[in-house]
Design a protein around this ligand. Structure first.
Ligand SMILES: [Zn+2]
Ligand SMILES: [Zn+2]
Length: 353
């Protein structure tokens, strides 16, 4: 797990196992995401997919540019995809019927692109849209040599720059009426549902519902089949309901929200309505709530706990750390329960198990 950024100005985390790597959320600009990946030795060109937790801007800001740039599929729940589409479309309202119609058109478009032997957009890596099973077949497994996590990038595109110009393939897409003219266009879209696991290459993904004010927000548990390692991401949740407690059992690395200090939030600069939203059951997890989970419900078995989505206005890293470390108490050791803080401005060192 490599946390590239965490906080209300942008979230993104790389999860990698064997020859598979996925990006969870794309909440910074494409250029910044690629710059940060290069800085920690992750090759953006080797990403297999982007998974989206929910449609808030701090999780999707760079999504369409990055997905088009890397020509990789984006995994959403259907309501999240719908909400995202509404958000990026210039018009303010779109009926569900109209959206379905648009999706059908796009699917057709992607099928045409996938069928073309060369110069295709979606066809290049994955053969276009399809069910997850197809994806698994098409993402080559065991090509570790090709996908070795090289610090150097093989072409100019991977050097941390997102070219503002359309490349040749994007020109073709443009010519077919997609691309820039349709801000919701993505090279391939795959749907998942909370509670239903799926696989991307060597990573098994178990999405779970989280309480947050978005269309269909999810956390994820990732399981590296070959290494028997489990990592979880649970940020952007108003409280920790039973299904989340259950999902977070037996994880080796846990990225857990520790958003605000209650006193700082109450006395802080936010307008009352925003304070109410943050504090609500569909807002964000406080240091105290994260600590309560760690004290009462956490099984104590993780190698590392990453505290994330810290508010820059209503929290201090040391307050978040103190609350978590107190809650973990005697269970902290050299072997486990190391507490680290994810940051907004700089990526964390990769956590490797
Ligand atoms: Zn967020
Ligand atoms: Zn959110």
């Amino acid at each position: 797990m490599t946390v590239l950024a965490s906080g209300s100005k942008g979230n993104a985390t790389v999860i990698a196992a064997g020859s598979t790597s996925v990006l969870v959320d794309a909440g910074l600009s494409c250029r910044e995401l690629m710059r940060r990946m290069a800085a920690v030795g992750e090759d953006a060109e080797q990403l297999d997919a982007i998974l989206i937790t929910h449609e808030h801007l701090d999780h999707v800001a760079g999504l369409s540019v990055l997905a088009r740039r890397l020509k990789i599929p984006v995994f959403f729940t259907e309501p999240t995809h719908r909400a995202w589409t509404r958000m990026v479309m210039p018009r303010t309202t779109m009926s569900y019927a109209k959206w379905l119609e648009m999706m059908a058109r796009e699917k057709e478009q992607r099928a045409v692109e996938a069928a073309a032997p060369a110069h295709t957009l979606a066809g290049k890596r994955l053969g276009g849209t399809g069910v997850v099973a197809q994806l698994e077949q098409q993402i080559p497994v065991g090509n570790g040599s090709q996908k070795s996590k090289s610090k150097s990038n093989s072409n100019g595109n991977g050097n941390g720059e997102c070219s503002g110009e359309l490349d040749e393939e994007e020109d073709l897409v443009e010519a077919s009426g997609k691309g820039k003219s349709d801000p919701s266009y993505l090279p391939a879209v795959e749907y998942f549902r909370a509670g239903q696991g799926f696989s991307i290459g060597e990573i098994e993904v178990s999405p779970f519902t989280i309480p947050h004010d978005a269309a269909d927000p999810c956390g994820f548990v990732f399981h590296a089949r070959t290494e028997s390692v489990r990592m979880a991401i649970a940020t952007d949740l108003g409280y920790v309901p039973p299904n989340v407690k259950m999902a977070l059992r037996g994880v080796d690395v846990l990225l857990l929200e520790s958003n605000h200090d209650l006193e700082m939030l109450k006395d802080g600069p936010y307008p009352w309505s925003v304070k109410q939203r943050v504090l609500s059951r569909v807002g964000h997890l406080s240091n105290a709530a994260a600590a309560e989970f760690l004290m009462k419900d956490y099984d104590g078995g993780a190698h590392t706990i990453v505290l994330g989505h810290l508010s820059e206005s209503n929290n201090l890293p040391e307050l978040a750390r103190l609350a978590a470390e107190e809650a973990i108490g005697g269970r902290m050791s050299l072997l486990g329960n190391r507490v680290v803080l994810a940051q907004q401005g700089t990526p964390l060192e990769p956590i490797c198990l």
